[in-house]
Ligand binder design. Structure first.
Ligand code: GRF
Length: 201
């Protein structure tokens, strides 16, 4: 059966775009039922409008506290009746209540080979550390940052003259393949979580 996917994004939304295009090309058996953003200026909003995806803007700055924002976000997410929530450059850490409300139903993409280089500026961290291989990771979201069970990873080389931007660009190309692929596996009911391990059927 066709799954319902909702996306959370805070900015540019190129991964969101890759997912919409994969759905449009029937590479993911799903419908994108909504975009939720915390940022009224996110370019992802324009992408959603072009693709006829309904948008919910929860302007973080207009809430009196993080709790109030999270409360609204939880309600918005429940309203989506989604089978899967896709974090695509969503720049806030989801609170425990939200993570617990949707166990094994939220995925994220991180621009590093986890468990290395968690948190912000992962590509900068990779360049500064001097690793020779970098990449991206799609994982389920649990209560700890960038820590849930890993679904897929893709590697890229780190070249001699790379800086943060050139490495990020190379990783992003892989992100746009990796995320749709992982979401497809989820939507085909082919992911089986056993502890930290995600088995692909
Ligand atoms: C990507 O690098 C993703 O891995 C990270 O945030 C960035 C979002 O880019 N979580 P975009 O908004 O999808 O273009």
């Amino acid at each position: 059966m066709t799954k319902r996917i909702a996306v959370l994004a805070s900015g540019r939304g190129s991964n969101f775009q890759a997912v919409i295009e994969a759905i449009g090309a029937h590479r993911i058996p799903a419908a994108c039922v909504g975009l939720i953003t915390d940022n009224p200026k996110a370019y992802a909003i324009e992408r959603a409008q072009k693709a006829d995806v309904p948008v919910i803007v929860l302007d973080y700055a207009s809430y009196p506290s993080k709790d109030a924002y999270e409360h609204a976000l939880l309600a918005a997410m429940q309203q989506q009746k989604a089978d899967l929530f896709v974090l695509a450059g969503y720049m806030r850490i989801l609170g425990t209540a939200i993570v617990q409300a949707f166990p094994q139903k939220i995925v994220n993409i991180h621009p590093a080979l986890l468990p290395g280089f968690t948190g912000l500026h992962a590509q900068r961290q990779a360049v500064q550390y001097g690793v020779k291989v970098a990449g991206c990771t799609v994982h389920f979201v649990d209560e700890n940052l960038d820590c849930g069970p890993i679904i897929l990873q893709k590697c890229v080389p780190v070249l001699r003259d790379d800086d943060e931007d050139s490495l990020a660009e190379r990783i992003l190309i892989e992100e746009h393949k990796c995320y749709p692929e992982a979401i497809r596996l989820f939507c085909e009911d082919r992911l089986e979580i056993a502890g930290r391990n995600v088995r692909i059927r």
